[in-house]
Design a protein around this ligand. Structure first.
Ligand SMILES: NC(=O)c1ccc[n+]([C@@H]2O[C@H](COP(=O)([O-])OP(=O)(O)OC[C@H]3O[C@@H](n4cnc5c(N)ncnc54)[C@H](OP(=O)(O)O)[C@@H]3O)[C@@H](O)[C@H]2O)c1
Length: 321
């Protein structure tokens, strides 16, 4: 175990800790020496056995499970009083519900840092097609609410979850001959492995340099286009894939005609892979970038992540456990 750089081991409360990125985050928090609490909706003997098993797995690594609903204000305030840092990893639909967490943090009055559920694009600097824009507006509203109440915060722009998007683009665990390419495939994207996102986030959440700042995860070795990604994958697998292009016009049309939420997916693909939005703004000298803040953390490069997929295509897809 090690304590996060530049900080004593704070106590961390995680909302959404049983979710996709949440599991990585709980594991990283425990690994970095933090007493870790997970606020999760109640389970009963009739609940999904996988959820019950997951609670046990989280407890077995040392996390404390606290069962409750987001509307249980007094319960949340009581839990907040036992911790220092709050990280929310609630999914997109629950982003507005974080107002309950903000209200409780205000009442508790002891929280040193709040990281709301962000972990994607830097939404204050970019504009997107309407379905994605509508989702990000909800995240922006939460940013403004956090700022308005004066809670110490960090907003994390983690860019693409690496394993999540490599699974989506390359389908390493499926038999197939073709790979879909969005647009020309030449726009650069940014894929960061979830284990690194989680470890950087625990460090960021405890770092005085990142208080009331946006931190961007722009690891230099993780920038590549879809075409480069597919070529690298072909080299590693010794296979050759047919490229099937979906044009920009087709994606725009899909974003306009598909029902919610698949229209959001079309507009995300347009932003990330056709427009190359993740790299469509310059980092200024006052911007905080994770791999520069923590040069001692050897992050997993895309090349190394593809090697993990070669050894066991399902491992990265199965997340932390
Ligand atoms: N950058 C990227 O590539 C990328 C990719 C995916 C997601 N994200 C972002 O990462 C964040 C977390 O997303 P995720 O996909 O990891 O989340 P997720 O796995 O879908 O959900 C996280 C947890 O939220 C809780 N939850 C689900 N529905 C709920 C409800 N109706 N009410 C209360 N709690 C509920 C569940 O925990 P319990 O059952 O334990 O309560 C669940 O395990 C979001 O901000 C998302 O936009 C980014």
């Amino acid at each position: 175990m090690e304590a996060s750089e530049g900080a004593e081991a704070s106590r961390i409360l995680i909302f959404g800790g049983t979710g996709y990125i949440g599991k990585y985050m709980v594991k990283a928090s425990v690994k970095l020496g933090h007493k870790t609490f997970v606020y999760t909706r109640p389970v009963t003997p009739q609940s999904d056995p996988d959820k019950i098993k997951l609670h046990k797995e989280l407890e077995s690594i040392g996390a404390t499970i606290i069962q409750g609903e987001l509307v249980e204000h007094d319960k949340i305030v009581a839990v907040l009083r036992q911790v220092d840092v709050v990280i929310s990893l609630l999914p997109f639909p629950q982003v507005p519900d974080q107002i309950h967490i903000i209200e409780a943090i205000k009442v508790a009055g002891n929280i040193k840092r709040f990281l709301p559920s962000e972990f994607g694009v830097e939404e204050d600097r970019l504009n997107f097609l309407p379905p994605f824009e509508a989702c990000l507006d909800k995240k922006r509203k939460i940013r403004r609410a956090v700022e308005a109440v004066g809670i110490p915060y960090t907003f994390v722009s983690a860019n693409c979850f690496g394993a999540y998007f490599l699974n989506y683009l390359l389908r390493p665990h499926e038999e197939h001959e073709d790979i879909i390419v969005y647009g020309s495939g030449e726009a650069k994207a940014l894929f960061n492995y979830e284990e690194d996102i989680a470890e950087y986030t625990i460090k960021v959440a405890n770092d005085p340099r990142t208080c009331n700042q946006v931190v961007i995860y722009q690891m230099p070795k993780n920038i590549l286009s879809q075409i480069e990604l597919i070529s690298l994958w072909e080299k590693k697998t010794g296979r050759s894939f047919k490229r099937t292009h979906v044009t920009e016009g087709e994606l725009v049309k899909l974003s306009e005609t598909l029902p919610f939420p698949v229209n959001v997916r079309a507009s995300i693909l347009h932003s990330l892979f056709v427009k190359g939005d993740l790299l469509n703004y310059e980092l200024g000298e006052n911007d905080l970038e994770a791999s520069s803040l923590y040069p001692n953390h050897n992050y997993t490069t895309i090349d190394q992540l593809l090697d993990i997929f070669i050894v066991d295509p399902l491992k990265p897809a199965l997340a932390a456990f």
